[in-house]
Design a protein around this ligand. Structure first.
Ligand SMILES: Cc1cc2nc3c(=O)[nH]c(=O)nc-3n(C[C@H](O)[C@H](O)[C@H](O)COP(=O)(O)OP(=O)(O)OC[C@H]3O[C@@H](n4cnc5c(N)ncnc54)[C@H](O)[C@@H]3O)c2cc1C
Length: 498
């Protein structure tokens, strides 16, 4: 396993082509705002170095038997899966919102399950490719982004119906030793400083759409890969403004695949159109389960911030404040419980990888997305208007204006004005900044649109069971239903379909 220092040093070997703010970024590891993303990923190495967190942060690889960082491992059991939620909730207390190491790993988990099944069905060798890649990924303790979301063009048209066939990532050339791909993936978190891109199909395909039915992994700095990145990290030269986001944030990339060669051994699906959708759906399931660990931690951070600002404003004992804190706590704990349920009611797949229960992982993500606006409203309400209208650092540092700010911006006398100003800036970061807006949109539509989550819940909820109860009440014959082996312990109505 790598240490945090080794991880940071290894990034300096990369030649990733990144464009941001109109400029080509050389030495991305030195760029202050990209560093805010690197700092977030670095947390996953730092915690793994600490013997106190050994069980939470490390596990045994199912491909090598070696001890590996949990962020590179495939789940093998309920505990394995649940420890990821515990790890996310623990670490995000330190870095605000996201450690940025789940998306790629969630993509790999989906790939492992489907590659195994495709090999059984078609006699291909994708699982071998996957296993070899995973060995390298674990041995080097790599980081990756999950590149799922195609740019998609006109949403009402299939890939082949688009005016431009590159609206979905596709194969443009097949060679003996690999494929050449063209297209773009949008909104890809951590891509500019991750070491690998895990490319996963975003939708279901039909016969004739073989060229779009592809899945692979390549290093982020492969020739032809270009990142057009954005960051919501605050300006680190102004240390009190954006107290969280000037240290911990991330970038999102529009990744361009400009005729990129993917070697044969890095391909996990290549033309098997009938299996592509499962990878996308499983990715969604794994990733929504990950949200059940990070969202509760993000909400914990809001609860703490709201409690502190309420004290600074002298309102912490008021009934409405307690009610609002309760609302936040309720959401966080419900989502965490969904993560626990998804782990416990998950199932082992033929590949040996433990898969989360579809209903609970999707429900956790759907519920948290639907309450995000209310959480922001509570923060704005309890902090008051200064959370967005606080004069800037330059005025606080100016000897003419500072005394006025010192005098008039004090709240409860239990705190200094300086503390209250810093707390207000933290509230801006959490609920009224570009950084918070990225999180809010990500909270709603990240890991797939809410409709995709609803679809996953509805298609895995056993309506037949429920109709049979109704039929029994009125003496009707029950509908016949298909049982899924290994799910006998799961309550009726909540069984994952294979
Ligand atoms: C902060 C953030 C981080 C993200 N990180 C990642 C990442 O790391 N990796 C990654 O792969 N993706 C990432 N995403 C992308 C995310 O998964 C997508 O935004 C999501 O899947 C929706 O896709 P879209 O943005 O193209 O929106 P659209 O698909 O255009 O959806 C917009 C609306 O159109 C509806 N819609 C779309 N198509 C249809 C249709 N055919 N029929 C009916 N309604 C339709 C949707 O339900 C939704 O209401 C991230 C997004 C955000 C905001």
């Amino acid at each position: 396993m790598r240490t945090e220092a080794q991880y940071r040093k290894d990034l300096e070997k990369m030649k990733t082509e990144i464009w941001m703010g109109g400029k080509k970024i050389e030495k991305f590891w030195d760029h202050p705002q990209i560093q805010a993303g690197i700092n977030s990923q670095a947390v996953t190495f730092r915690y793994a170095e600490d013997p106190k967190f050994e069980h939470m942060m490390t596990t045994t690889s199912h491909v090598t038997g070696e001890r590996v960082n949990r962020f590179t491992a495939m789940y093998q059991s309920i505990d394995d899966m649940w420890q990821m939620d515990v790890a996310l909730r623990t670490m995000i207390h330190e870095c605000g919102h996201c450690v940025g190491r789940c998306v790629g790993r969630d993509g790999l988990s989906a790939i492992g399950i489907v590659a195994y099944d495709v090999d059984q069905k078609y006699g291909t060798h994708y699982y071998e490719n996957f296993k070899n890649f995973l060995k390298e990924y674990q041995a080097k303790d790599l980081t990756s982004c999950g590149a799922v979301t195609d740019v998609k063009g006109d949403r009402s048209k299939r890939p082949g119906q688009q005016e431009d066939p590159d609206m979905y990532l596709r194969v443009v050339e097949r060679r003996k030793d690999g494929i050449v791909v063209r297209g773009a993936k949008a909104n890809i978190t951590t891509a500019s400083y991750s070491e690998e891109i895990i490319a996963v199909p975003t939708r279901a395909f039909v016969k004739g759409e073989e060229d779009w039915s592809i899945c692979f992994a390549i290093p982020t700095d492969t020739p032809g890969v270009k990142h057009i990145a954005m960051t919501s990290a605050d300006d680190p030269t102004k240390p009190t403004e954006g107290p969280i986001s000037n240290k911990y944030a991330f970038t999102d990339s529009l990744i361009i695949f400009d005729d990129v060669f993917v070697p044969e051994e890095r391909i996990f699906l290549n033309g098997e159109w009938d299996e592509a959708a499962r990878i996308g759906q499983l990715f969604g399931n794994f990733h929504r389960h990950s949200h059940c660990g990070c969202i509760p931690s993000r909400i914990d951070n809001l609860v703490g911030a709201c409690q502190l600002i309420a004290k600074m404003n002298g309102i912490e004992k008021k009934a409405h404040v307690k009610n609002k804190l309760f609302e936040l706590i309720k959401t966080g704990e419900m989502v965490y419980a969904c993560g626990l349920a998804a782990s416990h009611l998950g199932m082992e797949t033929p590949s040996g990888i433990w898969q989360p229960n579809f209903i609970y992982s999707n429900l956790g993500k759907y519920y948290s997305g639907s309450t995000y606006g209310r959480e922001m409203e509570i923060c704005m309400d309890l902090a008051g208007g200064l959370s967005i209208t606080m004069p800037k650092d330059e005025d606080y540092m100016n000897p003419v204006t500072r005394p006025y700010m010192e005098k008039y911006l004090r709240g409860s006398t239990n705190f200094t004005t300086d503390e209250r100003i810093r707390a207000m800036r933290m509230m801006t970061d959490l609920c009224a900044s570009e950084y918070s807006a990225v999180w809010m949109v990500g909270g709603v539509i990240g890991a797939g649109a809410p409709e995709a989550q609803k679809y996953s819940i509805m298609s895995n909820y056993d309506l037949t069971d429920q109709e049979n109860y109704a039929r029994a009440y009125i003496g009707m014959e029950p509908l016949k239903k298909e049982e899924v082996a290994g799910q006998e312990h799961i309550p009726a109505g909540f069984k994952s379909k294979k």
